[in-house]
Ligand binder design. Structure first.
Ligand SMILES: Nc1ncnc2c1ncn2[C@@H]1O[C@H](COP(=O)(O)OP(=O)(O)O)[C@@H](O)[C@H]1O
Ligand SMILES: [Mg+2]
Length: 263
């Protein structure tokens, strides 16, 4: 069962003593309908990661609210929410298999051991880590470690998936394959997805809708509906609308990126 997300007048100011306040983002409002795939693009430093942390419940926004199927998120990450961060978050002292199984073994869901094994096996194949089950993160490349983090979140079968530049450390080919894999998972699971990416092509390829943020404090500057069917795959890069969408996003983003560089 997918969930809907409502973000209402959300705003975040970082306050630290002896330093100037930083208004990271907002106020901004948007909604994601159950099962929708939405991406957020915006210039570096505009508050994208901060926004995702507030949406997840990891961080408390300064004002505004976030609701998951109408329920206020406040202080804790709801069980239906899965996150993948920009930086690899695998545990160095656990093998690939134990990293991926960690949330299932120690989380709030009570999952029978046989199901854990089956789900972990499936996730290992999905992220292309077969043969590396017993390796430790230090024995893997940065891209492979990031795939461990992605698998660790996917095995929890989140109904809302929050992804912060999850593919940034991957080479372009692996990135495309992981994007397609993510689309496949999204189709099967009917989960709602909120993806932050700096790749306009990735945003257009994967999403139903792309939100463009302004320079900091990030606000919503533009919204683009791609119009793809749910059955899309990487083949749509040759659709003429693909290039049009990327151009539209770039023309909106260019001014904001310049503004961000002058800050
Ligand atoms: N913990 C923090 N304390 C103070 N300022 C922060 C903190 N985290 C991020 N910032 C600032 O908030 C702004 C937005 O950061 P971030 O959300 O990481 O942007 P993005 O992900 O879009 O690059 C930046 O100016 C950054 O320096
Ligand atoms: Mg970020």
């Amino acid at each position: 069962m997918a969930v809907s997300l409502q973000v209402d007048q959300l705003s975040l100011v970082y306050r630290s003593s002896g330093q100037q306040d930083t208004h990271a983002f907002g106020p901004l409002s948007f909604a994601i309908v159950a099962g929708e795939f939405v991406s957020v693009v915006g210039p570096s430093g505009c508050g994208k990661s901060s926004l995702l942390e507030c949406v997840s419940g990891l961080m408390q926004a300064t004002s505004g609210e976030v609701r998951l199927d109408g329920q206020l998120i406040n202080g804790t990450v709801p069980a239906q929410v899965g996150m993948v961060f920009q930086q690899d978050a695998s545990f160095p002292w656990l093998t690939v298999r134990d990293n991926i199984a960690f949330g299932l073994r120690h989380g709030r869901q009570s999952v029978p051991a046989a199901d854990i094994t089956a789900r972990v096996d499936q996730a290992i194949v999905q992220v292309g880590l077969s043969g590396f089950e017993n390796h430790y993160p230090s024995q893997l490349s940065g891209g492979m470690r990031q795939r461990v983090s992605i698998a660790r979140t996917l095995v929890m079968r989140p109904q809302l998936l929050l992804l912060d530049e999850p593919f940034a450390a991957l080479d372009p080919q692996t990135r495309l394959l992981m994007g397609e894999e993510l689309l496949g998972l999204w189709r099967q699971s009917a989960a709602s997805v909120l993806l932050i990416t700096h790749s306009l092509e990735e945003a257009v390829l994967l999403s139903d809708r792309v939100l463009v943020m302004s320079a900091r404090p990030g606000r919503l500057k533009h919204e683009l509906r791609t119009g793809w069917s749910r059955e899309r795959d990487a083949g749509i890069v040759s659709d003429p609308r693909f290039a049009q969408h990327v151009n539209t996003l770039w023309s909106v983003l260019r001014n904001e990126a310049q503004a961000a560089m002058r800050m």
